[in-house]
Each structure stands twice: as C-alpha cells, then as structure tokens.
Design a protein around this ligand. Sequence first.
Ligand SMILES: [Zn+2]
Length: 337
Amino acid sequence: MADLARERDIMTIPKVELHVHLNGSISEATASILARRHGADPESALRLVDGRYPGHYPDFQGFLDTYLAANEFVRTPEDLELVAAEFARGQAAQNVVYSEAIFTAMIYVRNGMEPRAMWAALRRGLAAAGPGTGMGIVVDTIRDFGPKEAAATLRLVETADAPIVGLGLTGIEGTVPTASFIPFRAEARRLGLGFEVHAGEMGPPSSIVEAFDVLDADRIGHGVAAIRDPELLARLVRERVVLDVCPSSNVGISEFPTLEAHQMAAFWRAGVNMTISSDDPPFFRTTLTDELRHVVRVAGLDAQDLGELQRRAARHAFAPTGVKDGILGEIERWAAG
Ligand SMILES: [Zn+2]
C-alpha cells in the first residue's frame, strides 16, 4: 500500500471546492463585528460558546439556529462585502484555485438588501481573493420555503450581475414535494446553469433517487444516506453520480457520531464519484484543508488519490470548460512536481 498523502501534499495541492455556503462562511469575528454594528451583543445574539460557534449541534435545527443568528446581521451591502471578502481570502489562503459558493440570496433580500447593490457587494467582496482564485456562484432556494420562494430566487438570478454558474436546492428534505421544483430545475437548464440538489443529508435514500429521477440533478450535495441502500449505492457508482461530501458537517449535525464512523471511507472503497467540501466551515470548526486531512486519514488516501479527488472536483464544476482545463493543468503540474 502506498504511503498516505503527506501534510505537504495537502497544503500545496491546487484545491477545488464545490460545496461551500457563502452564508455559512461568516467567522465568529466577522459576525461579532456585524452584530455590534447593528447594536447587538455578539456573545448572546450569535449563540457563541466561549467566543466560538458550538461546532457540534444536536441536530440540523440546532445548526440552523446558529447559522441564521449570524446571517441576521448581514443587512447592508457593506456587511455582505465584508463576509464575501473574508470567504475569498480564506479560500485563497488555502490554495483553493476554484470555489463554487452556494449563495442564498433571498436571506439578504429579506434582510432589506436591494438586489443590485447586493450583487455589486458580492462581486467586490469576492474580488479580494485576487487573481488566480476562481469563484462561481450557485444560487440556491430553500426547499421548505416552497416553489414561490424558488420563483422569487429565479427572478433575482435573471437580473443578477454576478458570476452565477448554477442553481441549487437546499433546506430540509421531505418538507415540500420534490416535484414542486421541476419548474425551477427547468429554468436552470434554460439559463445554461448547472443544478445541484442537497439530498440524502438528513433525508432517506429515496430523497437521493428523487433528486435524479424527478429533478435530473447534475450533482448531489451530501448523499450520505446512500450507504443505507446497496442498490442505490450501486446505481450511483454505475452512473458516476457526483456526491459533494462534507464529513465534518454530517458529524456536526449528529448524523454520524465521529469522523471515523462517517461513510467517506466506504464511499471511496465502493468507487463512488465523491468530492470533498467543507459546507459551512466556521460553524463546524473546519476548513477544506481540514476536510482533506480527514479523508486522507479515514479513507487512507495517498498523494495520487488526493490528486484524483481534486481532478474530479474540477471536472464536475459548473465552470466553463476553459476554466476547468486551466485548473486541471494546475493539478497536473502539482502531480508532476
Ligand atoms: Zn450544504
């Protein structure tokens, strides 16, 4: 057996992250600045424990409450620019050469942000990453808010001046019938955008099946429930379905007791076409680099496997072909060096 990928490999590899929420990237420090800016006491308003997000929650709702508490203070374009710039700098610092940031625009519209100013602030903030750090936006709608919210999200996207590469469906599985989002999916196709569906995160394996058979998803967010259904798992492998797996997030909402008990190793061994991401990094006290460390250790990846994981992410990004070829070239240079 080859040696595990070394720390140096993990640090230096050009990284691609496909599943990271911009709204879930607000550090405690930034959220505290924003809370004070809007007259609130950070420690209590943000549900901090010793100045930090808990990192571990009894369930998804527990996480959601903390996430929403932070997002409540992103009210002005200046607030959003600060959040986006922090995200962009964090990605650049980890040598993430391309990110697909999931952005729930409607949260900020509801907070009172004017859409045109919102997109401009997002662009300004993301530019803080500097050249060489690509950014695509996947605008999502929250499942439990239903098809009306999806239609409102779509209107925002149609008038947006932002590097949008995809649409997404997030939120709590099973709350609203999946078929309600067929029009939203069709609009993604009409606009030439990719389509990502969070499924099999807390929901059952059938939720993953619906993501394909009803919504024809290009990528699945999480999909960890597939491990409970061998037939589905075989189908995922056979059809080379892409699962964007976020181990610390699944452990953080108590879907798995520990990283060691997480299914990433079983997925890897079974040949699932998985990629690795951080989801909502500060809320789960992680980073993409940490997630790669976890998968190397738990699934036993060597440097070549690590390269393969990043190539997959690049190939399945919603970015234009030219951008993807550029990223693949960077990974090849890393592998050769
Ligand atoms: Zn997610």
